[in-house]
Design a protein around this ligand. Structure first.
Ligand SMILES: [Zn+2]
Length: 118
């Protein structure tokens, strides 16, 4: 396997720490740095995947619409999906979410789109 060489500047303080740590572990500074970098990349990709999964689940939860109820508006509002104005007296769909008491206002067009995607 061909190896790449990475040059980087570090402070005297960091160099001293690395040097002491390398002596303690009986490895070269280069080996120590390589191990630290590899461990750190492994760890950050694991953390990244965990966070990613959490975020996906959260989004999925928030996206899960349990059902709709059509109501007649008593005041002007906007569709929570497309931002279109919907005026008093016309009907809009209230979306009930599966895991939240929050309700979204959804215009007919967006409701159709949501239904097509689900
Ligand atoms: Zn809409």
């Amino acid at each position: 396997m061909q190896k790449k060489v990475v040059h980087t500047r570090i402070s005297d303080e960091t160099y001293d720490k690395l040097s002491k740590d390398a002596k303690k572990r009986r490895v070269t500074i280069s080996n120590l740095v390589r191990n630290i970098v590899e461990d750190s990349l492994d760890l950050s990709s694991e953390v990244f995947n965990l966070v990613d999964e959490k975020l996906r689940k959260k989004l999925h939860r928030e996206d899960a619409i349990l059902g709709y109820q059509s109501i007649t508006l008593n005041k002007d509002t906007v569709c929570d999906f497309c931002g279109k104005d919907v005026s008093k007296g016309s009907s809009i769909n209230l979306a009930f979410l599966e895991n939240s008491a929050k309700k979204l206002t959804v215009c007919d067009n967006c409701k159709k789109k949501q239904e097509a995607e689900a």
